[in-house]
Design a protein around this ligand. Structure first.
Ligand SMILES: [Zn+2]
Length: 465
């Protein structure tokens, strides 16, 4: 495999929706010329929340007005915290729609962090409008992603929508953002380590011989997406660890690295390159409305803890090679579908929408055919040492990863986000039921040691303490 680190320009070229991403100090002054180049003749509709309007929105508005470009409207979401709820998309869509009627053409301009960006992205996309993104924090990978992560009737979903046409990030504004937002971005970026090890696992299982068809959710590694996200990752994390402490170069690296992961997503139209089971931990807590001291825990901080949990799970799984399948072993290490269904219903009790989705996903992943399941387990065990070797070439030791996250200002103990150690470990069960993508959780499930691995995590005095 070619392992050259591609440049930002090369990564941008691989993206099919975003045409420009400029990350430098003072870039706000260039907004009028960017509008002219990419949205000629369009009137601007600026959306922000109270914090981001103060941090950048009012300055952006002034720059646009001074340039003589048309401003069709402004909407500032009220309140201290804005949630990524679909209802907010409807508010924006209605406003964009009304203004579009009276303007020749309209360009929605998102001035804010991940939530504002996702709301504008979806609302713009529903009206077929390309939009312009002015980020105010290096807090998530979602700015340049294809899709918006939104809560619909209490269920977290990634709704499809086009990435921004143009992104202009001022490093002075990103650096001035609250430290917890930069550390959140770092957590989201660190999660790509697990996305990488999970993809190595899915690739190894995909390639197993002796199967009638590949196991559900497995896929070969895509070299181009791998090179964009995984090859530079270690270096990017090292260079951006000071972002939350106000290191401007660190913030720039962090924002560009997060942006590139979005381009990999635009290129692949599949989030496998940038999201493994660490994001499933985070999605579970999002559905459970995890908050701490009255504030919602950020996406990136949940991902940081999910990353540690996934790293601990991976170390505990590979600490012991599972036993070979005994005669008559049922899928999933001895489960019938009826057992499995009961387990899913129990895990998601009280979360009806999520339960429905988890039942569907778990059914799709469940290998009904006992013979296929036995072959899968046999094949995995034959290649166990090779898979282990490839995974640990990518995965830093748990203690090292914890130290890196800590230095970057991420939470590294469950208590820092209002969680308990027991809850983080137990979340693995739900995380494994939620997405049809083969991860380390499925590797443990298919080899019949899932619960053993959780016990090993529980009994250790190293993990998640
Ligand atoms: Zn993320």
């Amino acid at each position: 495999m070619n392992t050259t680190v591609p440049t930002v320009t090369a990564c941008l070229a691989a993206a099919d929706q975003t045409k420009a991403m400029i990350v430098r100090e003072g870039v706000l002054a260039e907004i009028p010329s960017l509008l002219e180049a990419y949205f000629p003749g369009a009137a601007v509709f600026l959306a922000a929340d109270e914090n981001t309007f103060r941090a950048a929105g009012s300055a952006v508005l002034e720059i646009i007005q001074d340039s003589g470009a048309a401003v069709a409207g402004t909407y500032v979401f009220p309140g201290r915290w804005i949630h990524a709820e679909y209802g907010h998309v409807e508010i924006l869509r209605e406003k964009f729609h009304q203004e579009r009627e009276s303007s020749r053409s309209l360009v929605p301009l998102a001035v804010g962090a991940g939530t504002i960006n996702d709301l504008v992205k979806r609302a713009a996309s529903e009206l077929g409008l390309p939009y312009f993104c002015i980020p105010t924090a290096a807090s998530v990978d979602g700015y340049t992603a294809y899709g918006a992560s939104l809560l619909c009737e209490g269920f977290k979903q990634t709704l499809p929508c086009e990435a921004p046409l143009v992104v202009a990030a001022d490093t002075a504004i990103l650096t001035a953002a609250p430290a917890f937002l930069s550390s959140s971005g770092f957590g989201d970026l660190a999660g790509k380590i697990i996305a990488g090890t999970d993809w190595i696992i899915a690739d190894s299982v995909f390639a197993l011989g002796g199967m009638e068809k590949p196991a559900p959710g497995t896929a070969a590694v895509d070299p181009k997406a791998w090179n964009m996200v995984q090859i530079p990752l270690k270096n990017e994390l090292a260079r951006s660890a000071g972002a939350a402490r106000g290191d401007r170069e660190g913030v720039k690296t962090l924002f560009e690295s997060l942006g590139i992961t979005g381009f990999a997503l635009q290129y692949m139209k599949d989030s496998r390159a940038i999201s493994g089971c660490e994001h499933m931990w985070s999605h579970v807590w999002e559905m459970e409305n995890l908050s701490f001291r009255g504030a919602p825990v950020t996406h990136g901080h949940k991902v940081a803890l999910g990353t540690l949990a996934a790293a601990a799970f991976t170390e505990c799984l590979f600490a012991e090679k599972p036993d070979p399948p005994a005669g008559g072993t049922k899928p999933g290490g001895g489960l019938s579908w009826a057992d499995r269904e009961t387990a899913v219903r129990r895990a998601f009790a009280g979360l009806d929408r999520a339960m429905e989705a988890a039942l569907k996903t778990s059914r799709a992943k469940f290998m009904e055919d006992g013979e296929q399941s036995r072959r899968l387990r046999g094949g995995i065990l034959d290649h166990w040492e090779n898979i282990k070797k490839a995974v640990f070439e990518k995965l830093p030791p748990y203690g090292e990863l914890r130290q890196l996250l800590k230095e970057a200002g991420c939470p590294v103990t469950p208590a820092e986000t209002g969680l308990t150690r027991e809850r983080v470990i137990a979340t693995a069960r739900k995380a494994q039921m939620m997405r049809n993508r083969f991860t380390v959780l499925d590797l443990a499930f298919e080899t019949g040691v899932f619960e053993d691995v959780l016990k090993r995590m529980e009994n250790s005095d190293t993990y998640l303490v």
